[in-house]
Design a protein around this ligand. Structure first.
Ligand SMILES: Nc1ncnc2c1ncn2[C@@H]1O[C@H](COP(=O)(O)OP(=O)(O)O)[C@@H](O)[C@H]1O
Ligand SMILES: [Mg+2]
Length: 284
């Protein structure tokens, strides 16, 4: 949630997130809100949960987790992957960068939106290991057009200039219970982020000089060098199910001590708000 809000401040295309209040009634009456484990199922927890708004209405649009490289010329905002590096390096994302690609039915072009920032700040550890290949997209083609520091703008300058107050503002919707009321820890995290603003370029440089050689066109002025990227590939559809009013992905913890503590996702896109009172409890 914190990373999503930081990304919004940097002008990045983040899936919109909110704290939602999930009632016991909704869980009892929604079979999808059960986590299937080996041999048994566990109901999701009620209470305040993390909601991620579907990037497009699934009745009309298509959402894909991956697009083949042959379709790169059809990703309208491919440049945002370089800008996203600013956040992933700054926030010490310990995972690979995850995105979804979506388009409305008659559109030829796809847009990318960024999801799943759960390993920023090293998940609940709130530590930073800053390895060069952490927090980056798994394929280089998304960085093909990076030619200079300008390719990371305006996100880079916005991050470097972010104020203490703005950082706190990004954290102020997070329910205290989600971080165990550890306000000292949160303060330390924000202080660390504040200090790390001046390291972002170094961290990107480390990736740039890594064995991945992710920016082969660095230093070139004309970067539009894509070749042969015709739309021949077939994407794997991931989500195109029956829709809802304002569909959401709902993240909830299973209500048991047997399961892991990490958040799990249940797709509740077929739940209509009109029928099920899911409350948006955040301001935005
Ligand atoms: N806001 C969203 N809009 C559309 N699809 C989403 C959204 N958030 C998640 N998804 C879909 O749900 C899948 C799992 O979500 P993700 O956030 O990666 O959870 P996790 O990796 O913890 O299981 C994604 O691969 C994507 O297909
Ligand atoms: Mg994921």
């Amino acid at each position: 949630m914190f990373a999503s809000k930081l990304g919004e401040q940097l002008g990045l295309p983040m899936a919109s997130v909110a704290v939602i209040d999930v009632s016991d009634w909704l869980i009892q009456h929604t079979p999808e809100l059960r986590i299937e484990l080996s041999g048994y199922t566990v109901p999701c927890s009620s209470g305040l949960q993390f909601g991620s708004r579907y990037v497009i209405d699934p009745i009309e649009g298509q959402v894909f987790d991956y697009l083949p490289e042959t379709m790169v010329s059809r990703i309208k905002n491919i440049e945002d992957f370089a800008r996203m590096l600013v956040l992933d390096k700054w926030a010490g994302n310990h995972d690979g960068r995850q995105a979804v690609f979506f388009r409305s039915p008659r559109a030829r072009m796809y847009r990318a939106a960024f999801i799943d920032h759960g390993y920023c700040f090293n998940s609940h550890e709130w530590t930073f290991s800053d390895l060069a290949l952490l927090g980056v997209y798994y394929r280089n083609y998304v960085y093909h057009d990076v030619t200079s520091w300008d390719s990371f703008e305006p996100a880079l300058s916005r991050a470097e200039r972010m104020t203490w107050f703005e950082l706190w503002h990004c954290a102020d919707e997070i329910p205290r219970a989600w971080y165990g009321g550890d306000t000292h820890g949160l303060r330390r995290l924000i202080e660390t982020l504040y200090e790390r603003r001046s390291n972002i370029r170094t961290l990107i440089e480390d990736f740039r000089h890594s064995s991945r050689n992710p920016f082969p066109n660095w230093g070139l002025t004309n970067s539009r060098r894509r070749t042969g990227h015709q739309a021949t590939g077939q994407a794997n559809t991931t989500t195109n199910s029956a829709p809802a009013v304002e569909p959401l992905c709902l993240f909830a913890k299973p209500d048991t001590s047997k399961s892991s503590d990490s958040a799990v996702r249940t797709n509740v896109s077929s739940i209509s708000r009109a029928a099920f009172p899911v409350t948006l409890s955040c301001k935005a």
